[in-house]
Design a protein around this ligand. Structure first.
Ligand code: ADP
Ligand code: MG
Length: 197
């Protein structure tokens, strides 16, 4: 029997309760261990002002590029399970949360159901999604959004900065393998490479 195909997909991560950076890092490591998911690369961690009801702590945001054998709905379920495992509760729309995992785009997939919209409808409006995503997939062309690197260059970054002011600039990873091992994923300076292959 032939192996299921691997489809590129991109995930947006955010947290603004507890230890935001730790929850984001843990989510990336845990997602890398989900059967049918290969972690390819991740962005640096960014700090953004919360949208929605105020006051709220700043968010830690990141994005990662994966390949998956899961169907889109199964991947969404895996993301929602990780949110639950982190202790996510849902009370207020856009309220503070310990972990938010959004499936931003899956290559070749369009969905408009009550459970899943793909591409994610808020990508264009959000610097905290576009800027990290551009670090892992600058040339990715998302239907209805455009080329991620171009959109990120144009977007309003006034409420966005690096999570750690001292974070070094990203350097290109030499190979996808160099950032595919879970132990190397948490390092803060994995570089941007294209995630569109
Ligand atoms: P938001 O991320 O907009 O703040 P939530 O994290 O509370 O909202 O998600 C609410 C619901 O959004 C989820 O239960 C999920 O079914 C739905 N949803 C629809 N499309 C997506 C997507 N592309 N990624 C993640 N969740 C999605
Ligand atoms: Mg969400």
């Amino acid at each position: 029997m032939s192996e299921k195909p691997w489809t590129p997909a991109w995930i947006g991560l955010g947290a603004n309760l507890g230890s935001p950076e730790r929850q984001v890092a843990t989510a990336i490591i845990t997602l890398a261990q989900v059967p049918g998911v290969k972690m390819l690369r991740r962005s640096r961690y960014w700090r953004s002002k919360a949208i929605g009801p105020q006051p709220q702590p700043d968010y830690c945001n990141a994005a990662c590029a994966i390949e998956t054998q899961l169907e889109p709905e199964a991947l969404l379920n895996a993301l929602l399970d990780l949110e639950d495992a982190a202790g996510r509760t849902r009370t207020q729309r856009w309220g503070p949360r310990v972990l938010d995992l959004d499936l931003l785009h899956m290559q070749g997939v369009l969905r408009a159901t009550t459970r899943l919209t793909l591409p994610h409808p808020q990508i264009s409006r959000r610097a905290f999604v576009l800027v990290p995503l551009a670090e892992v997939a600058p040339r990715l062309d998302i239907p209805g959004v455009g080329v991620v690197g171009e959109r990120a260059a144009d977007c309003d970054r006034s409420d966005l900065r690096l999570w750690l002011a001292s974070a070094p600039p990203p350097a290109p990873a030499t190979t996808a393998d160099s950032i595919a091992t879970p132990t190397s994923i948490p390092a803060p300076a994995d570089g941007p490479t294209d995630g569109e292959s």
